[in-house]
Design a protein around this ligand. Structure first.
Ligand code: GRF
Length: 200
């Protein structure tokens, strides 16, 4: 399975996929990494692994639609079977979803449908939940609302800050991502309404 991974930051989820894909038995390989900004650790990780990269900054385009169309084209050039948003801090538009809907997945550091948005770990902590976690889902038009592929639970500790909680969630998130993408690559997947089945 050919993966294009989209990133905006540290790229630890990307690194987990790159490491897993060094084993041919894994079933998936990262063919390109795209970003919405320069100078991030995630791009350095891709270059280190010898994976082609591309950067498309929203501000270099006349509007968001033009950026979305350019992103769609750049990703399509690498002929992915699955596109993985791994800490990509942009919402894609209609053109991207028309091309990659049903094969564009994202990770979110909370248990959907709770705490959507960019403050998933902090919002769970502020609310006072005792269990939170992470969610892998197919991206739809909403914010963290698409059909759920996998989830992992993480306990909230009394002394947690948003940062310590998020770091612990990210450990679970990386394992979830690697195991689930591998299972999707090797065994296939189906989406019926909101219900996703992986691996036959
Ligand atoms: C992950 O927790 C992801 O869910 C969130 O941002 C983090 C990205 O981490 N949107 P990294 O760049 O993969 O290290």
């Amino acid at each position: 399975m050919r993966l294009v991974v989209l990133v905006s930051g540290a790229g630890t989820n990307l690194q987990a996929l790159l490491d897993a894909a060094t084993d041919p038995a894994y079933g998936a390989t990262v063919v390109a990494v795209g970003a919405d900004r320069d100078g991030i650790e995630a791009l350095a990780r891709a270059e280190q692994a010898g994976v082609p990269t591309f950067v498309l900054r929203v501000r270099d385009f006349p509007d968001r639609v033009a950026w979305d169309q350019a992103l769609t084209k750049a990703v399509a050039e690498h002929q992915p079977d699955l596109v993985v948003s791994a800490g990509f801090m942009k919402l894609v538009g209609k053109d991207f979803l028309a091309e990659f809907g049903g094969r564009f997945v994202n990770t979110h550091p909370a248990l959907s449908p709770s705490f959507p948005g960019v403050r998933g770990a902090a919002d769970a902590l502020d609310y006072g939940v005792k269990v939170t976690g992470c969610t892998l889902f197919f991206v739809d038009e909403g914010v963290d609302t698409g059909p759920i592929i996998a989830q992992r639970a993480v306990a909230v500790a009394d002394g947690d800050t948003a940062e310590t909680l998020h770091e612990r969630i990210k450990v679970a998130e990386r394992a979830m991502l690697v195991e689930t993408i591998g299972a999707m690559a090797r065994g296939g997947f189906t989406i019926e309404g909101r219900r996703v089945a992986v691996g036959g």
